[in-house]
Write a protein that binds this ligand. Structure first.
Ligand SMILES: *Cc1c(COP(=O)(O)O)cnc(C)c1O
Length: 475
């Protein structure tokens, strides 16, 4: 399997890379995102064979289709070591919880940091450790987080040989529980950096540093943001697992609703669907930051300014642009790298938006690729959290509530709808209190973490300051 950039110029043979070459990289050198040259196809016989596998075995099967430069025995050992009951809290790893007939929650948030990002990040930690040892190299991971990515990355990388983490977060924007999770880590290889700005400022700094090729090479900078292909690939696995749990045979289709921000999670669903998993609809659920809902309704992709980005009670979806969205648009445009480049590089730079509303490709987003969308507000979250607790005795977090609210608008008779549970309520306690008048459940092992000593550096939203800090801390 080879990987190409979404901005590979047409006419010229694209630069093709193997999995382990892009594993430790962020953006492609041309500013695009890596995607496999083709999507491996999974036929009915293969689906039947996969149906009864354990999660770790299923992960190995899916990953094997995308990774051909790690020996099978090693890859299998990495999957087995990653997806354990001990780390993820149950034998199924991603158990499916029925709410009412035809409507399910897929529990993706029982890893070490209580959000779905552990599903990919725990694997990434083990892949990084393996590959760095094999090359006898070191890596300095630079990431941006609005909360959940940062902690997931830090818990995956803490104490790992050859890896340092520099994690940027918008100062004061994460919940007290999220700050405690990250800032309480005392491992020497973990650096928390609070930025005076919003999440997108953090993300822009990561992009700027990654585009500074000399700095990147000198300081061995890598990324674990959702643009990393390996994360996306790891997420593909739980779409298969959710499908198998929700259906008795491969004759059925299911739909997924995905609380979305940077379009990473739902992009993995898109990949699963392109591989032949019988997915009917992929419903993108946004909060008040409705960049993606606007696109799927109108064809207009309009990047918001920082000032125009709302601070909401589902903060992990507070984005002004969706960094993985380019991958889908590349597929939507028939994998035309030149056109993708002109939209995301030229038009976004010059006017902050593009409009595919009149492009013949746009209707295919729904018709051929199965996408639908919807939006949820603070009031919707409160109502959904309350309703789910009262009627089903199930406590859901604010992001999952956005998903469930939008999922109900897209139910179709005979098609099971699976809502991805992206975090546990304890991470967003204030809104749970507001909705239910009681604190969220606190899973065992997280008592009193808000009181632990914090380790964090405050820096301005400025590329040079971050580069200086990294340079000083990589010796
Ligand atoms: C990261 C995150 C999201 C958004 O996922 P994307 O892959 O960025 O679309 C939604 N909910 C929670 C809880 C998250 O942590």
């Amino acid at each position: 399997m080879h990987y190409i950039s979404t901005r590979a110029s047409s006419g010229k043979a694209p630069e093709r890379k193997r999995f382990c070459e892009i594993l430790l990289e962020g953006l492609a050198p041309d500013g695009g995102l890596y995607l496999p040259e083709h999507y491996p196809q999974v036929d009915g016989a293969t689906l039947s064979r996969w149906r009864d596998l354990s999660y770790a075995e299923l992960a190995f099967e899916v990953l094997s289709l995308y990774i051909d430069d790690i020996p099978a025995g090693d890859l299998k050992a990495i999957c087995t070591k990653t997806y354990t009951e001990e780390v993820f809290g149950s034998k199924e790893i991603v158990p499916l919880r029925p709410l009412e007939p035809g409507l399910y929650l897929e529990a993706l948030s029982n890893g070490p940091t209580l959000a779905f990002k552990d599903m990919a990040m725990q694997l990434l930690g083990n892949l990084f450790e393996y590959e760095l040892a094999r090359r006898a190299e070191e890596l300095n991971i630079l990431g941006a987080t609005s909360g959940d990515t940062g902690s997931a990355a830090e818990y995956a990388m803490r104490g790992k040989q050859g890896v340092r983490v520099f994690m940027l977060s918008p100062k004061g924007r994460m919940s007290p529980f999220q700050q405690a999770q990250m800032f309480s880590l005392q491992d020497a290889n973990i650096h928390n950096i609070a930025i005076d700005g919003v999440f997108d400022d953090c993300q822009d700094i990561v992009k700027a540093v990654s585009n500074d090729l000399a700095f990147k090479r000198q300081h061995k900078i890598g990324t674990v943001n959702s643009i990393n292909w390996a994360r996306l690939m790891a997420q593909v696995v739980y779409y298969f697992a959710g499908y198998f749990h929700a259906t008795p045979s491969n004759a059925e289709k299911v739909s997924f609703t995905v609380p979305s921000g940077n379009f990473g999670n739902v992009c993995a669903g898109h990949v699963a669907r392109m591989m032949g998993l019988p997915i009917d609809k992929l419903v993108v659920a946004t909060n008040e930051n409705d960049v993606l809902d606007e696109f799927f309704r109108t064809g207009i992709y309009r990047v918001r300014t920082s000032a125009d980005t709302h601070e909401t009670s589902s903060p992990s979806m507070d984005i002004s642009k969706a960094s993985n969205f380019e991958r889908f648009v590349f597929d939507l445009l028939g994998r035309d790298g030149g056109k993708t480049r002109s939209l995301f590089h030229d038009q976004i730079a010059s006017q902050g938006s593009f409009d595919l509303g009149a492009d013949p490709a746009f209707p295919q987003a729904a018709d051929r690729f199965g996408f639908a969308s919807g939006k949820s507000t603070h009031a919707d979250r409160l109502a959904t959290i309350r309703d789910t607790y009262r009627r089903f005795a199930t406590m859901i977090d604010t992001h999952t509530a956005d998903g469930l609210k939008v999922a109900r608008e897209h139910l179709q008779p005979g098609v099971p709808m699976i809502v991805l549970e992206t975090a546990l309520p304890i991470k967003f306690a204030a809104t749970i209190e507001e909705a239910l008048g009681r604190p969220p459940f606190r899973p065992a092992g997280f008592e009193g973490i808000e009181e632990l000593p914090k380790r964090v550096k405050l820096l301005p939203a400025d590329v040079a300051s971050i580069q200086r800090y990294i340079a000083e801390n990589v010796q």
